[in-house]
Design a protein around this ligand. Structure first.
Ligand code: FAD
Ligand code: NAP
Length: 246
């Protein structure tokens, strides 16, 4: 189909019902970690397309972390794909949610809800954050522990990177030993994120990237604003960049 790369599913890693990493073979143009592409399926003659962050680093097969929105037009079908099944991939990666557009800062905070983790997996698997930042903190907020996709890999990264990387996971709908309980916003207000990260959030030391649920992004941006961390724009540098998923 014109304008699309004919791809197919190579493999999938299922984390929980309705949550999977899809590994896709398709020809796409070079991308920067943090960018997204459009994926689509031809559903009875109608091409349904949606945007998905690339969760793998450049040079590796394309991966996407996808959650099923019940009743959604595309995700129930995307999550039924089996290895070998076809899907369409728009060859041009898009988006400015990349490290290239960030100002210099000593510490990088990556804050995700749900599948907002995707772009951070790509960023963390590349060399750039480790060359540019003294420390990186990843905060992942999900409903329950089954939603903590790629946790083993992230724990390995934490032991490999030592004090330069801190993983902070928070569950809202259950409690589990070693994990925070509550929404990212409440935990930020209570000082819990900084306590577990072992470093303060402050304009002189932190840049924060937010990804996922738009309400989390709005509320976190307001909380950070009250602490002097402003939205970052190329013309008016600040401390907070974000990617809203809906
Ligand atoms: C730049 C960008 C990158 C994205 N990357 C990813 C990604 O890596 N992984 C991923 O799973 N999704 C991602 N999304 C969301 C994705 O594009 C779709 O919106 C989502 O998969 C729902 O598609 P659907 O056709 O099943 O539902 P639709 O029929 O489009 O959606 C129904 C409604 O559900 C709501 N909705 C959309 N997404 C979600 C969600 N994740 N959780 C709860 N409600 C939602 C919206 O209000 C929407 O109107 C991204 C969105 C953007 C803008
Ligand atoms: N099939 C399944 O079993 C299954 C499982 C999970 C999700 N889903 C579906 O997948 C879609 C996405 O769900 P999701 O859980 O990945 O994403 P989500 O609904 O955005 O929730 C992810 C995390 O963000 C938190 N959150 C929500 N609003 C917030 C805010 N304003 N500030 C701070 N944190 C906030 C949630 O807390 P709260 O818990 O307090 O809302 C949760 O911990 C939904 O359509 C859902 O129905 C399906």
């Amino acid at each position: 189909m014109q304008g699309w790369s004919a791809g197919h599913l190579i493999a999938r890693r299922d984390w929980a019902p309705g949550l999977a990493t899809l590994v896709v073979a398709a020809e796409v143009e070079p991308f920067a970690p943090g960018q997204f592409v459009n994926l689509a399926l031809d559903i009875e003659g109608v091409v349904e397309r949606r945007s998905y962050s690339i969760a793998s680093p450049p040079g590796k097969p394309l991966e996407f972390l996808v959650t099923e929105v019940v009743g959604g037009a595309l995700t129930p079908r995307l999550l039924r794909l089996r290895p070998g099944d076809p899907l369409l991939v728009e060859p041009k990666p898009q988006g400015f949610f990349t490290l290239k557009w960030l100002p210099e800062a000593p510490e990088l905070w990556l804050v995700a809800t749900g599948t907002g983790l995707g772009p951070f997996l790509s960023i963390l698997a590349s060399e750039e954050p480790w060359q540019r930042f003294e420390r990186v903190v990843l905060v992942h907020g999900v409903r329950d522990a089954t939603q903590l996709a790629e946790r083993e890999r992230l724990l390995r990264l934490e032991s490999e990177r030592g004090s330069r990387f801190r993983l902070v996971a928070a569950l809202t709908r259950e409690q589990a030993p070693g994990l925070l309980h509550g929404r990212i916003t409440s935990l930020l207000t209570a000082g819990e994120l900084e306590r577990v990260a072992g470093t303060p959030l402050a304009p002189e030391r932190s840049h924060v990237m937010l990804c996922g649920n738009p309400a989390m992004i709005e509320e976190t941006t307001a909380l950070l604003g009250a602490r002097g961390l402003r939205k970052h724009r190329v013309r008016t540098p600040g401390h907070v960049t974000f990617e809203k998923y809906w």
